[in-house]
Design a protein around this ligand. Structure first.
Ligand SMILES: Nc1ncnc2c1ncn2[C@@H]1O[C@H](COP(=O)(O)OP(=O)(O)OP(=O)(O)O)[C@@H](O)[C@H]1O
Ligand SMILES: [Mg+2]
Ligand SMILES: [Zn+2]
Length: 449
């Protein structure tokens, strides 16, 4: 008789071992190893990709396409991030730091759907039904089709699901739900995997769309197992700091759409609303100021006009300070070195601070030129007029390179009544009302300024 295979797993990080260990060699946690029972080992096997039966190659024209059916969340921004709406039977994980607005967003969506005659079950393991009702009053999410269940036990959640034909289920949050089958505590690797697995099976069998909320840890990962991200169809992260009103919802993984789209929301007393007039949120008009330059970044398919701010001040230290909020520090250091080299500017004696307005993070190089312009403007105390847009990637050798979607960016600038654009190459077609200046080297920028 074959010896029964045993498997132990760290409940903090999911590291597996054939014998019990006191300290996890992967994450360093003590006393976290738990022996998996046969059912858990089954689940583990089911979720690991396995070799399919060999069918042979077939012409692509004969591949049968799965029909994907979607329905709207009645929220423009969320629909955009999801790739056009919720896919029947799909599982969507929404992660975010405490207080960012996960419960607010999903209760609002639950309300939207219920008011459009979908039957929705909102399970909260964290808040009482009356707390949720209070929020729902505020969000105007009430509907006879929206059911609340304040529960942490998975089997009771399933009892409820089996009683009614719910079309959408929301779990707030996955880390607090608990299955009696396991001895591990809620939020541990085994619990989260088992619960997600059971829910996923239910979603696929019954065509129910399931949203699960996941807390994230300080370093930005969904608390607990990475395995969660592998199992679900879609992972969305909610970003933004709770002291500002703007929130970004970013796709991290999506089996049914692109992950490049970003949803932009505004936190108001009536809950999160799709940010109207996004284009006006991240820059100011008015008098020219030193250290401020404007650029256009692309968030997914959408252009957003941003103000970048620089402060350059004489340093009292042998190692001057560099700091960047919303911009990559390494890139700033590189740009400063370039300015020192090419233009003989003594930045080694100056502290330089960069800030991107509105708490946005710039993830592309098209803003380099605006960063340089803001730095020089602050250094020379020479204001830049607020009707100018800077676009261009700065290379290590000091030339300014083309940016993608130049036309889209310029059109956005035009719609916001900007008058001048500093660009590395002229756009293919002239844009009425915007005068483009072709600047392809950093020294030329200085001359222009
Ligand atoms: N009465 C109110 N008026 C306006 N905004 C409010 C009100 N109550 C709460 N908020 C906002 O809602 C945010 C909390 O949102 P929510 O509870 O949805 O976050 P969460 O991501 O679910 O947090 P947690 O991780 O703690 O569950 C607060 O940070 C606050 O900005
Ligand atoms: Mg919450
Ligand atoms: Zn571990």
């Amino acid at each position: 008789m074959a010896k029964k295979k045993t498997l132990f797993e760290c409940q903090a990080c999911g590291h597996q071992s054939s014998k019990w260990l006191g300290k996890c060699p992967n994450c360093g946690a003590w006393d976290q190893f738990l022996e998996l029972n046969s059912k858990q080992i089954e689940i583990l096997k089911e979720i690991t990709p396995k070799k399919k039966d060999y069918l042979g190659a077939i012409p692509i024209t004969q591949v049968e396409q799965e029909k994907i059916q979607r329905f709207s969340t009645y929220d423009k921004e969320l629909d955009l991030v999801l790739g056009g709406g919720i896919v029947n039977g799909s599982m969507i994980l929404v992660g975010g730091s405490p207080g960012v607005g996960k419960s607010t967003l999903l209760l609002k969506i639950a309300g939207n759907l219920a008011q459009k005659n979908k039957k929705v079950l909102y399970v909260s393991a964290e808040e009482s039904a009356s707390q949720i009702k209070l929020r729902s009053d505020r969000l105007q999410s009430n509907s006879d089709n929206l059911y609340l269940l304040s529960e942490i036990r998975l089997d009771i959640i399933f009892d409820e699901l089996n009683k009614n034909n719910f079309e959408v289920l929301i779990i707030d949050s996955i880390q607090t739900v608990f299955s009696d089958n396991l001895t591990a505590s809620p939020g541990s690797v085994s619990q989260v995997r088992e619960i997600t697995f059971e829910l996923m099976r239910y979603a696929k069998d019954n065509g129910v769309a399931i949203f699960i909320i996941g807390h994230i840890t300080k370093d930005g990962a969904i608390a607990g197992p990475r395995v969660l991200e592998h199992m679900v169809d879609t992972v969305l992260y909610f970003e933004g700091d709770s002291s500002r009103e703007l929130r970004l919802l970013r796709g991290f993984k999506n089996r049914f759409g692109s992950t490049s789209e970003v949803g932009i929301f505004e936190m108001t007393k009536n809950g999160l609303i799709s940010a109207k007039d996004i284009s006006k949120k991240f820059f100011t008009r008015g008098k020219a100021q030193s250290g401020s330059a404007t650029t256009v970044v692309m968030e997914g398919s959408r252009p957003i006009i941003l103000e970048v701010q620089a402060l350059v001040s004489e340093s009292g230290y042998p190692n001057p300070k560099r700091s960047a909020t919303g911009y990559e520090l390494n890139r700033l250091t590189m740009l400063l070195a370039l300015l020192e080299r090419k233009l003989d500017l003594p930045f080694n004696q100056y502290d330089v601070f960069i800030n991107i307005a509105g708490g946005i993070k710039i993830n592309e190089t098209a803003a380099d030129l605006a960063i340089i312009a803001a730095i020089i403007s602050s250094f020379r105390d020479r204001p830049i007029s607020k009707d100018t847009i800077f676009l261009g990637e700065v290379s290590l050798i000091g030339d300014i390179r083309d940016v993608f979607s130049l036309d889209i960016r310029l059109k956005e600038a035009k719609s916001q009544h900007f008058k001048k654009a500093i660009v590395p190459t002229l756009p293919l077609e002239e844009i009425d009302g915007i005068k483009c200046y072709n600047i392809d080297e950093v020294p030329k920028l200085i001359e222009w300024m």
